[in-house]
Design a protein around this ligand. Structure first.
Ligand code: URA
Length: 242
């Protein structure tokens, strides 16, 4: 994505000469993604940021990016006759053109990105890119003693499907235990089926990270907020560590 200096963007938006807009920026009158930015040389991507001067929005992003903390009980679909969908959580005036990147099961909570940017969705979902996703699960039953090793080398599901190497960390041992799972692919019910293949049962599941993007833990289940330009960049380019 093309980056440009903030002062250049403001001159392009007819806010004054380079010198005049530099003074406005240094005076703290310009906000980028609702945060004052006092650096005229700050590099911004005009497609993914919102800019305001003295509180008046000058430039809306062409693309919309929302971080949703998906609650359990809603399905990841655009519209459904019988069930509430993640888009029903957005007011009607925002909803146009939006869709979720990827899917979470009806009973799964956590990080879901809702956008109108098809190219980003394609990039994140493309199987060849192996963008990592991190989940926290409560697991009942007794996990195999070698479960972590089996995740590392690639779990074979009960139906014979082979999974790519992944990571399992036992965060809190016991029954139930809490685990953290990092995957680089997105098969149907993958976490639940991998855990089942290792003798456990996923009682609750929450996604906390996609690539370099972390769930904002201050968002209550069902709440969403606009993503910052930095967060969009983390999603676009960032890879979580396995
Ligand atoms: N794995 C699952 O089993 N369910 C999800 O919703 C996501 C990953």
């Amino acid at each position: 994505m093309p980056q440009m200096r903030l002062d250049k963007l403001l001159t392009n938006l007819h806010c004054g000469s380079r010198k005049e807009v530099g003074a406005l920026i240094r005076a703290g009158r310009v906000e980028v993604d609702r945060v004052p930015c006092r650096d005229p040389a700050a590099k911004v991507d005009p497609n993914v940021i919102a800019v305001s001067l003295d509180g008046t929005m000058l430039q809306y992003r062409e693309q919309q990016y929302y971080m949703l903390n998906k609650p359990a009980g809603v399905i990841t679909a655009n519209r459904d006759e019988r069930h509430d969908t993640v888009l029903d959580l957005f007011p009607a005036e925002l909803r146009r053109g939006l869709f979720a990147i990827g899917r979470l099961d009806k009973d799964t909570e956590g990080l879901l990105v809702v956008t109108n940017d098809g190219a980003l969705s394609h990039a994140v979902m493309s199987p060849g890119r192996h963008v990592s996703k991190v989940y926290v699960a409560t697991v009942e039953g007794e996990l195999a003693a070698d479960a972590e090793e089996r995740f590392r080398t690639g779990v074979t599901l009960k139906d014979g499907t082979e999974c790519l190497p992944a990571r399992l960390e036992i965060v809190t041992p016991g029954d139930p235990c809490t685990v953290r799972v990092t995957l680089r692919e997105g098969k149907y019910h993958q976490v639940k089926r991998m855990i089942a293949a290792c003798g456990g049962f996923v009682a609750s599941l929450r996604r906390v990270q996609i690539g370099g993007l972390l769930l904002d833990e201050s968002l209550a289940p069902g709440a969403f907020r606009e993503m910052t330009g930095e967060e969009v960049a983390l999603l676009r380019g960032g890879e979580a560590q396995m």
